[in-house]
Design a protein around this ligand. Structure first.
Ligand code: ADP
Length: 553
């Protein structure tokens, strides 16, 4: 645009300046020739006056004159001419414009160009009293000649004009274009440099506001989408119709074990799960929703694909990936636990039922009845303990966050639990205790359960003459609880498993001792809730030592 404005201005300026120069030259030339003609006319009048007074003799008295003087008779014959030409050879002048005008009106003029156009011939004719016409003619340089003779300075002036026009056009173009160049389209709220383009600015401002609103809305939506997808447990992959990955969330990257950029470039065909996912993609491309369960590297996965349609055309796919390993194992654990619970409850119930039926049938001798009642009592007590342990465990697993904690002295709690164990096992076991005041932040009831269950086990599995050592000591920033016995010990292969629910090394021995198989499970969960770590050292037939480390405060 700047170029067009510049060229237009340059041409206009050249025309105006050039035209003006020519006009002035022409005007000056016209004024000059006009004044020359006035002079010529005055000369002609003077000569006519002279001839009228003195006759043709007057002409002889004129010496050198700048003008050509011709006297023409009323019939057009030249009777005098001072040019030195032979007047008898001269053609009849009646047809000459200035002559015929002078004959009819008393005065006539005419101008003629020389054949080379370089001269302008001016004729003035005056009617003499004797009816003849005296004519003066003079030649001047024509405008063409003037211009030609002025060619050099004119060219110089023209060059100056072009230079000036160039400079003016440049300045003007700059002044017009600069404000346009400096328009910041990002700031249409500013005033337009020219009122003529203010409507465009207003329009731009409206569009900018709309675009800002739209982009903010899009950004919000995108953030919402990202927040939702990034916090999803499931892997989400959005794909184009040709199977390119458009979006992929963290969970999906974790499952596919690939870098985001790598996946965006290569697609799912380059992943380890390609063999399972590509058939799904084919189903999706045929417009079906499809899902598949598969295992990979010892883990279970579920994948669902849904085609995304736009105007009856498949525009892409949403692929949902789920690592179902934990869900599957939790599910199987739950099933196993439920069957264990029902089995554990069934055993004492069947025993109670059997004893009750025997009593009811009257087959039991009177003196043996109390034994059966004792057994029924013992089995129902066992059921009660079992149910209480199950409830404790499920409470620990479900409501970890609601457990209330306080600052406790581990040694003081251990001492009171030791008292209880001593009371319950009076004459059956020796329980030794030593404790150093150690403060922890934990739940009192759960800490008591940890100490009691470990101490109770130490007595139960402490061998023939159980001797149990319970101690509270300090180790750097830890408060340490130790429960040691010299009993049957635990085989290395069982040491990991004894914390599992209902796992017992010797089931009948545990049952006979009133165990439920849940004690250590409860201890493990109680430790987790109180941020404590449990470990054990044991040797078959030599004894076992459990160590629980709490954070000391
Ligand atoms: P139980 O009610 O059977 O005692 P626990 O969960 O408390 O259940 O213990 C699980 C199993 O771990 C026990 O059945 C027993 O075989 C073994 N066990 C626990 N404590 C000891 C110990 N101090 N010495 C030897 N074995 C033990």
């Amino acid at each position: 645009m700047a170029r067009r404005i510049f060229v237009s201005l340059l041409i206009a300026a050249c025309f105006v300046l050039g035209g003006t120069t020519l006009f002035i030259v022409d005007e000056m030339y016209q004024t000059y020739t006009q004044s020359q003609m006035e002079i010529l006319k005055a000369e002609t009048q003077l000569i006519a006056y002279g001839i009228d007074r003195e006759g043709m003799e007057f002409l002889n008295g004129l010496d050198d004159t700048d003008y050509r003087i011709t006297v023409i008779d009323s019939d057009g014959t030249v009777v005098f001419d001072n040019s030195g030409s032979d007047i008898s050879q001269m053609e009849n002048h009646l047809g000459r414009k200035e002559v015929s005008e002078a004959l009819s009106q008393g005065y006539g003029t005419s101008t003629r160009q020389s054949s080379t156009l370089t001269l302008k011939l001016v004729y003035i004719a005056w009617l003499l009293k004797n009816g003849m016409v005296v004519r003066l003619s003079a030649s001047y340089a024509s405008l063409y000649r003037v211009l030609r003779s002025l060619a050099q300075p004119l060219l110089l002036v023209l060059l100056l004009i072009i230079g000036l026009a160039f400079f003016l056009a440049y300045r003007l173009t700059k002044r017009i274009v600069d404000p346009l160049d400096n328009i910041d389209v990002d700031k249409p709220e500013e005033k337009a440099p020219y009122p003529e383009i203010q409507p465009i600015f207003n329009r731009l401002l409206q569009q900018k506001i709309r675009i800002d609103e739209d982009s903010q809305r899009l950004m919000r939506q995108r953030q919402e989408f990202e927040t939702i997808t990034e916090n999803m447990e499931q892997g989400l992959i959005l794909m184009s119709a040709d199977g390119r990955i458009l979006e992929i969330n963290e969970a999906a990257l974790g499952i596919l074990k690939k870098d985001r950029n790598e996946l965006l470039q290569s697609g799912i065909s380059e992943t380890e799960l390609a063999a399972s996912l590509l058939p799904l993609l084919q189903d999706g491309q045929m417009g079906h929703r499809a899902s598949a369960l598969f295992r990979h590297n010892g883990r279970s996965y579920e994948a669902d694909i849904s085609p995304v349609r736009e105007e009856n055309r498949i525009s892409g796919f949403a692929l949902l990936l789920m690592d179902t390993t934990l869900r599957d194992s939790t599910e199987s654990l739950r099933r196993e636990f439920a069957s264990n619970v029902s089995h554990e409850l069934k055993t004492p119930l069947q025993a109670i039922e059997g004893y009750a039926e025997l009593l009811k049938s009257g087959m039991v001798r009177k003196e043996d009845e109390s034994v059966f009642y004792d057994r029924i009592h013992k089995e129902s007590k066992h059921m009660e303990t079992l149910i209480s342990d199950i409830l404790k465990l499920s409470h620990l697993e479900d409501d970890r966050s609601t457990v209330e904690k306080e600052v406790l002295d581990l040694a003081q709690i251990a001492a009171s639990v030791v008292e209880r164990l001593r009371r319950e096992n009076e004459g059956k076991a020796r329980i030794l205790f030593e404790g150093k005041e150690s403060h922890i932040y934990a739940n009192r009831e759960l800490v008591e359960t940890i100490i009691y269950n470990l101490g109770d086990n130490a007595v139960k599995y402490g061998g023939k003459d159980p001797e149990v050592f319970i101690a509270v000591l300090q180790e750097a920033d830890k408060a340490v609880l130790r429960v040691r016995d010299k009993g049957i010990g635990i085989d290395e292969k069982d040491q990991e498993r004894i914390f599992e629910r209902f796992y017992r090394v010797d089931k009948s021995r545990s049952r006979a001792l009133g165990g439920t198989g849940l004690g250590l499970s409860i201890v493990k969960h109680a430790c987790i809730v109180n941020n404590a770590e449990i470990s054990l050292k044991s040797k078959l037939n030599e004894g076992t030592q459990f160590t629980v480390r709490f954070q000391r405060i």
